[in-house]
Design a protein. Structure first.
Length: 410
């Protein structure tokens, strides 16, 4: 059960923890063989019940309250094993830490444990047709009506909305304030909520991973406000930092996070061997470049996770990890297509792994878009990490309703 972990688990020495985890994985993983993709929810619950998730999470929210070294051991033991995903990066890596930072006690007690153990799936209602990189230009409105807020607007590119139970949604609560100042964050239940319409969008991979979400007079209780009214930009920028760290540095609340796309040099080496290219000098150079980038990425991720665990504010440095991850993933998927040769583009339909390289190739551009594009990461690094001058802007300090061509303008 969600509440049980912290109270029923005894403190364990690190070495005992490692040994117990290793034995547990050896015993448990064979039962998941061949069904890793569809059994992650069950696997997360089993990990939680055995006391292997929520390691660093505060016991007040169901965690074990252990040090980050336990999280490190968990990652080390799981690495290289074929397991179902141990965390949903949007729910556990992005929404849970945002709720931990800004949510009320009631919100945290109701949701955090369920988010980590996989019982609740969350998504982010941020981007809109006219507000992506310029997220502060969002038009979705939330108007207070007694004990409720009424939400109206359209969101887009919402990952996994069709399966999500809840979303963290940003909406404008005061158009008289400048664009960054009049925004609030809300918890919106998605399943069966009157006024919520979710429409899948087709991607170039052929999947429908993200959606348009329409909010028509959606009523939510005022208790669903996250943080203070009109202070949502702070929560939003914190959430984007969590997203960049989850994507770039593999962070997650109280357990290992899982990136959406990963470069895997071992697969490239295997492919080169199968194609008889493993002694080819140029191929070896290309692969070693990926191996080195992967190592740098892993060490950078480890450093950032350690810093977070030690209470150091990583902040905009998360953009460095996210940008590096986008560059690495793109290089690796391009090399996969080169090594795969013609079969990477046209494969025998009976070969079950035939389309894998093509899929990775058409999926990989997303790493340079999701969570803020690479251009935006470069701007952020320039301004907030290197201290270069801010990008010019002519609409920062005027009331949102007075910004030209804004439909909210009266
Ligand atoms: C796989 C995936 C999952 C996603 N999941 C979600 C989700 O769950 N929830 C959600 O809300 N959103 C989600 N998004 C949306 C994502 O956050 C946006 O696509 C992204 O922020 C870019 O916004 P945009 O698409 O509107 O592009 P735009 O902002 O219109 O940008 C278009 C181009 O202009 C460039 N550009 C814009 N402004 C600048 C500038 N100031 N300087 C330099 N270049 C600039 C951009 O880099 C880009 O190349 C997802 C996107 C992807 C690809």
């Amino acid at each position: 059960m969600a509440e049980a972990t912290a109270t029923t688990m005894e403190f364990e020495e690190l070495a005992d923890f490692r040994q117990r985890l290793r034995a547990w994985l050896d015993e448990t993983l064979p039962s998941y063989e061949g069904r890793e993709a569809e059994s992650s929810k069950q696997f997360r619950q089993a990990l939680w019940d055995a006391g292997f998730l929520g390691l660093t999470l505060d016991p007040a929210y169901g965690g074990r309250g252990l040090g980050s070294e336990y999280d490190k051991v968990f990652r080390e033991e799981i690495r290289g094993r074929r397991t179902p995903a141990v965390a949903d990066s949007v729910t556990a890596g992005i929404c849970a830490p945002t709720l931990l930072d800004f949510g009320s006690e009631a919100q945290k007690k109701a949701h955090i444990a369920n988010m980590i153990r996989g019982a609740e799936v969350w998504t982010q209602l941020l981007s809109e047709p006219g507000a992506g990189s310029d997220l502060a230009g969002l038009q979705t409105k939330a108007v207070r009506d007694g004990d409720e807020y009424v939400l109206n607007g359209q969101k887009v590119w919402t990952s996994g909305a069709m399966n999500a139970h809840y979303a963290l949604c940003v909406a404008r609560t005061n158009p008289d304030l400048p664009k960054h100042a009049g925004i609030s964050m809300f918890i919106v239940p998605l399943q069966g909520t009157p006024g919520v319409t979710i429409r899948p969008l087709k991607q170039m991979t052929g999947d429908s991973h993200f959606n348009e979400v329409f909010l028509d007079n959606v009523r939510i209780p005022i208790e669903n406000l996250v943080g203070d009214e009109n202070n949502g930009w702070r929560a939003l920028t914190a959430m984007l930092t969590h997203e960049r760290l989850a994507l770039g540095a593999g962070t997650g609340a109280g357990g290992a996070g899982a990136g959406w796309a990963r470069s895997d040099s071992r697969r490239l080496i295997d492919l080169a061997r199968r194609r008889g290219l493993d002694q080819d000098k140029a191929t070896r150079q290309d692969i070693i470049r990926i191996v080195v980038l992967e190592r740098i990425q892993a060490l950078m991720g480890q450093k950032m996770r350690d810093e977070i665990a030690a209470g150091v504010t990583v902040g905009s440095k998360g953009s460095v990890a996210k940008l590096a991850s986008a560059i690495l993933t793109r290089h690796a998927s391009n090399l996969g297509m080169v090594l795969g040769g013609p079969a990477a583009q046209a494969w025998d339909p009976t070969d079950q792994s035939g389309g894998e390289l093509a899929e990775a190739s058409s999926f990989s551009p997303m790493t340079a878009i999701a969570g803020g594009t690479s251009e935006i990461q470069r701007n952020t690094i320039g301004e907030r990490v290197l201290g270069l001058p801010r990008e010019p802007s002519n609409d920062r300090d005027i009331p949102f309703k007075d910004i030209l061509q804004n439909p909210m303008r009266k």
